[in-house]
Design a protein around this ligand. Structure first.
Ligand code: BLA
Length: 499
């Protein structure tokens, strides 16, 4: 379903977030050449933050600090944490990254950012223990939200999970008690456009300590020699999209941080943090710790969720094996083995109804559409790929059976006689609560602007059934494969007996 104008959404995805030409004002950026550390690009606030803008970093750092910088450059930059330096007597965290052949140095005053720092460090074993204890996704994400909030002091910390269409849902939340809950609310895909998601799949952390900031331009705007703007994808001070700042303002958010959750290379979700009462800047050490929690949770996602999923998979696989054994057990026919026994095809996986068509004869179990509709709908679904949890969208002309069969999983049984197995799931209308009516993001001048109201807006989604899981589809296909072989073998035997 289209929530908003496609073209405007596409334009959203064109927001040049990697090359904003500016930084946020809570630090300064100098892009320097790697061989002689000559300053090539500087943020306009560099003199304020650093005291001066010298021609090379040698004018800012002591020989000992320069040595540490050189050592960091020779190693893996990703491994070098912030360097603590003090040009002009002010303590700064210096963060290094590379972009377009230049070394990007970002300087952030330590002062003003309180730190749980060392104390948190001592709690690390306990925190890791808590993160790895839960055996469910709910448990894991709840601990993650609580620990990130305890660490960073934001007013609200949410774990936000993407679905297959990149809409998202708040699946865990820890918040100041007086705040209204966002837990369970859904947000449309357009709230975090594609290029932002692509960036977040490689960058773990974003911080906007003051969402009302005035952007600080880079000077010169184009890198001399290349004529191109400096790519700030990997820069912690990267100025964020004005559209997103408008979004935050509409939500009443004054400070924001997000940590990516990445499952085997794919962006799974975000830990999204809100501050509502002015600027809020966790220290570099606390941010690193929060990122560490996000990375650890990302690894655990797979094992935790995997464990629950494997339990379900084992159960389905066991029933599949039992059915296969029953099929092979003469003198019952394969069809009888599937529909008459203690265990039937309907038990293979969670479904309300099932159909077996063998040798052209149809058998129905449980809640299914009438026989004549089953023989029409199953081939139609097979032509459309065999699996749907939204029948009326997948194949036209079957609105009348959507009640019993909004979900259809169909597999062919070989032999060319049009035989099949099918399972049906009823329509389960779902209440979906959105964080603001997603249809109200406004297109003005062909540009999409964020919606103004984030008040809970509930809609009922019709025509959908509980989705089929990959292992359920695999088990259905495997069973059909065995059945096809059994039928063929049986036919061969009959031929021999007849001869
Ligand atoms: C970025 N949008 C984001 C980010 C979040 C959200 C978390 C990451 C940046 C950050 O850490 O703050 C969205 N924030 C949410 C959601 C919740 C939340 C869903 O707290 C739920 C509770 N946004 C729009 C529209 C456009 C848009 C219409 O609403 C496009 C025109 C764009 N969002 C947009 C862009 C970014 C973004 C461009 C990238 C910001 C950046 O990193 O520069």
């Amino acid at each position: 379903r289209r929530l908003v104008d496609d073209e405007a959404l596409a334009r959203c995805a064109d927001e040049p977030i990697a090359v904003p030409g500016a930084v946020q004002p809570h630090g300064a950026l100098l892009a320097v050449t790697e061989h002689d550390l000559a300053v090539v690009v500087a943020s306009a606030n560099a003199a304020d933050v650093l005291g001066s803008v010298p021609a090379t970093l040698a004018g800012l750092l002591t020989p000992a600090e320069l040595d540490r910088l050189r050592a960091a450059l020779a190693a893996d930059l990703a491994e070098a944490g912030p360097l603590r330096v003090a040009p002009g007597g002010t303590e700064l965290d210096l963060v290094l990254s590379r972009s377009g052949g230049l070394l990007v140095t970002e300087w952030e005053p330590v002062a003003g950012a309180g730190s749980a720092g060392a104390a948190w460090h001592r709690r690390l074993p306990t925190v890791l223990q808590r993160l790895s204890a839960p055996t469910t996704l709910e448990g894991l994400t709840a601990v993650l939200a609580r620990e990130v909030r305890a660490l960073t002091g934001f007013d609200r910390v949410m774990v936000y999970r993407f679905d297959a269409e990149w809409n998202g849902e708040v699946v865990a939340e820890d918040r100041r008690e007086d705040l209204e809950p966002f837990l369970g609310l859904h947000y449309p895909a357009g709230d975090i456009p594609a290029q932002a998601r692509a960036l977040y799949a490689t960058q773990w952390m974003r911080l906007i300590p003051d969402a009302t900031y005035t952007r600080v331009p880079l000077e010169p705007p184009l890198v001399p020699g290349t004529g191109r703007p400096l790519d700030l994808s990997g820069a912690m001070l990267r100025s964020v999209s004005p559209v997103h700042l408008e979004y935050l303002a509409n939500m009443g958010v004054t400070a924001s941080m997000s940590v990516s959750l990445i499952d085997r290379g794919r962006l799974w979700g975000l830990v999204s943090c809100h501050g509502y009462s002015g600027p809020h800047r966790p220290s570099a050490a606390d941010r690193t710790a929060a990122e560490f929690l996000g990375r650890t949770a990302s690894l655990l996602l797979h094992t935790t969720v995997g464990a629950a999923e494997r339990d379900g998979m084992v159960a389905v696989a066991q029933r599949e094996a039992a059915l296969v054994a029953a099929i092979g057990r003469t003198p019952r026919t394969p069809a009888a083995a599937l529909v008459d026994g203690d265990l039937t095809v309907l038990d293979l996986l969670p479904a309300a109804g099932a159909a077996v068509r063998l040798d052209g004869r149809l058998h129905l179990l449980g809640a299914t559409p009438p026989a004549d509709r089953v023989t029409a709908v199953v081939p139609a679904v097979l032509r459309a790929g065999g699996v749907t949890d939204r029948l009326t969208l997948a194949v036209p002309g079957f609105d009348d059976v959507a009640g019993d069969a909004s979900g259809v999983l169909a597999v062919e049984v070989g032999g060319g006689r049009g035989d099949f197995l099918a399972w049906f799931r009823p329509e389960t209308p779902r209440e979906v609560s959105w964080g603001g009516d997603p249809h109200t993001s406004k297109v003005t001048d062909g540009r999409l602007s964020p919606r103004r109201s984030f008040a809970r807006w509930t809609e009922t989604v019709r025509g959908t059934a509980r989705p089929w899981r990959d292992h359920e589809v695999a088990a259905a296909r495997a069973l059909a494969g065995h059945l096809g072989e059994a039928v063929l073998a049986r036919a061969g035997e009959d031929d021999r007996l007849a001869a």
